[in-house]
Design a protein. Sequence first.
Length: 285
Amino acid sequence: MLAYMDSTQRWMAFGNQNKLTAFVDEVTPHEVSHQWWGHAVGWASYHDQWLSEGFAEFSAALFLEQAQKNSRNDYIQFWDRQRKRILEKNTFGIAATDAGPIWLGLRLVSPQTHNAYQEDTYAKGAYVLGMLRSIMHTNQEGDKAFIAMMHDFVTTYANAPASTEAFQAVVEKHMTPAMNIEGNGRMDWFFREWVYGTRVPKYKFDYQITPASDGTSVAHLSITQSEVDEKFAMLLPVFADIGKGSMIRFGEWRVVGNNTATYDVKLPVTPKKLELDSWKEILQR
């Protein structure tokens, strides 16, 4: 009912309740997107229901990014809320991600983890798709590879059930060279971590900038990943503030295991500061 009211009507009926507006702004695009995720493309079993609910939740984030007045802030706040849903412990001291991997679907629910299905399938499922978008992004072509992958998935499985394995196969058709971390042309590493696993990494980012006389600079990056296993790999976006508060994404950098990865990167300008994952698209502690 609330979705059919505009903000003025909601205020007249219920008063100044910002939570209602936020609810409508996210739930409406989520439900509309089920025309594609869940209806046009079904799911093969309870293991694969995240292909519907997680994709629909990601679609809500995409709507906030593309259509809202405060699009970037709304987008960042959306991911921050999803992260809390996944990582905050309930009254039994159990976080949703600790109940089990997304692949377990409804089997995540127990007397001590009654919200785990909702938080993992919806929120973490959205993060899986958001992280794929992030690691497929290139400065040259933006989201071109990701968009082609999503179109391919809908076309291939229109009016048919899709499995997690089927979706992975579509991802592998469109993966970029940077995503080929294991050198076998497969995305096993990513799905093993985020769909079949429960680990959530913690990151520490340090940097130094050495300016040059010609206005360019060299950024010395240090990215530390912890609280994972030795094979856990990720591609992490780094952003530069080049003035007027504008954070520009300038590349993705790999880190594997509980290690610190260092990189020296030449930049065409001298930025005011650098940040790791400014848009909060990577699930982390």
